[in-house]
Design a protein around this ligand. Structure first.
Ligand SMILES: Cc1cc2nc3c(=O)[nH]c(=O)nc-3n(C[C@H](O)[C@H](O)[C@H](O)COP(=O)(O)OP(=O)(O)OC[C@H]3O[C@@H](n4cnc5c(N)ncnc54)[C@H](O)[C@@H]3O)c2cc1C
Length: 392
């Protein structure tokens, strides 16, 4: 019998195994934490082992010793693009150049129910829906098959996603002997991917507290500047809200690593060796090494990992302001090693199963009544202290 993974840390849910199976013996099934895992139907399986061979957890990336990676701090020159992007608007600059050749962009958007899904954009308008980080594991569905079909039709394709999704995609395409000359892969420095189930609980709680439907969500609004991690939601009555304890709950959960996929805790895709052509991220720390480049509107870290990435970089060069940088200046803790598991992760999920979402919020991210009063108190007092010059 095929064993795809012994424990959940060994599966990123990338779907490569599902799509490589010629017998359709593998389906993705959602577990009690809301993450998808492959399930093998023994009656259909013929033990060809393709699914094991294509798994990015089991196959190692050989470092490309011929290409010297290049590191930059970069910002999109277009102010509107910059302000509507999470960091420095590199995704838009890169995807614009692919759209200019009638290429397709694979990225992540919210569907009409705020589920986080991978999809294909054929126009700038569709691509704009993919802008902005959604700090939730995306549903890849049949994306790998669509990418393969598009490449086989000779289309230019940009795929954006987590480092593990990129690794799964290239393993799958190589297994299928797909010509990848027209494929550009873009990943990002990934803290970890939180549970889609907890994400939906977060949205439902906002809806039950406000009595309205959430119609739009920004995981990282720049309304308070790039440095402030601000979540902002928009309701169906035209109002919006940000920097309240209710909206920031998900940031607290994201930062805590209580709700990330188990595989993130031992992620083998963090670090310098990349499966992608270009890596994008927030350039945290730019205010220390190049303060003149940071005006709190967002700076991207841009790492060029291959010749193909370099060619694309040269094409977008005139659309961005950028300065050369180094790994030493740019790398933060989670750039080179996985984010640590929270020591109370197991207890959190036990409590969640037995007592529900609001209970775990109160217990683990202080959504209690005193916690909320203190939070709102800080929110009022801080600007007053700033105004009086007592606080920066
Ligand atoms: C789950 C997650 C964790 C991250 N962790 C870090 C981190 O620890 N440190 C850091 O510096 N940067 C991190 N980033 C990257 C950062 O938030 C920005 O996405 C990145 O800098 C690109 O910004 P931009 O301004 O160029 O483009 P934006 O316009 O903001 O583009 C967003 C890009 O991310 C893709 N995307 C959005 N949500 C998802 C998702 N759920 N899964 C896969 N792809 C997605 C979109 O398709 C698009 O390509 C993370 C992003 C995500 C989604």
């Amino acid at each position: 019998m095929i064993v795809l993974f012994e424990n959940k840390e060994e599966c990123t849910g990338c779907t490569a195994c599902k799509h490589v199976c010629k017998k359709n013996a593998i389906t993705m099934q959602t577990d009690e934490e809301g993450f998808q895992y492959p399930h093998v139907d023994e009656k259909l399986c013929v033990n060809c082992m393709m699914c094991v061979k294509v798994c990015p957890i089991k196959v190692d990336k050989q470092e490309d010793k011929l290409f010297q990676q290049q590191v930059y701090a970069a910002k999109n020159k277009n102010h509107d693009v910059l302000m509507s992007s999470t960091s420095g608007g590199m995704f838009t600059a890169i995807s614009d150049s692919v759209l200019a050749h009638n290429g397709y962009i694979y990225g992540v958007k919210f569907d009409e129910n705020l589920n986080v899904i991978h999809n294909r954009a054929e126009t700038a308008q569709q691509r704009d829906e993919q802008k902005g980080s959604k700090y939730v594991q995306s549903d890849l569905s049949d994306t790998f098959i669509q990418v393969k079909n598009d490449l086989e039709k000779g289309k230019q394709v940009l795929f954006t996603g987590t480092p593990c999704q990129n690794a799964g995609l290239i393993n799958f395409l190589q297994n299928q002997k797909t010509n990848c000359a027209n494929l550009v892969q873009c990943d990002f420095v990934c803290h970890h991917t939180p549970s889609p189930l907890i994400w939906k609980d977060h949205i439902h709680l906002i809806e039950s507290k406000t009595g309205r439907k959430v119609v739009k969500y920004e995981c990282r609004s720049k309304v308070k500047g790039w440095h402030a991690h601000t979540e902002r939601y928009y309701l169906d009555d035209g109002t919006d809200s940000y920097k309240t304890k209710l909206s920031q709950n998900f940031t607290d959960l994201f930062d805590s690593a209580l709700v990330s996929r188990p595989a993130c805790q031992i992620c083998k895709f963090s670090g310098k060796a990349r499966f992608s052509d270009i890596t994008i991220a927030d350039y945290w720390g730019i205010e220390k090494c190049n303060p003149e480049f940071d005006n709190n509107t967002g700076v991207s870290l841009l790492i060029i990992n291959s010749e193909r990435g370099m060619k694309l970089f040269e094409v977008i060069r005139h659309k961005i302001d950028c300065i050369e940088s180094t790994f030493e200046d740019a790398f933060r803790v989670n750039h080179s090693k996985p984010s640590k598991a929270h020591p109370m992760r197991k207890e959190f999920w036990e409590d969640y199963k037995n007592k529900g979402y609001v209970f775990v919020l109160k217990k683990y991210v202080d959504y209690s009544i005193p916690g909320r009063i203190y939070w709102n108190f800080k929110k009022i007092v801080r600007p007053v202290l700033k105004f009086c010059g007592i606080r920066k």
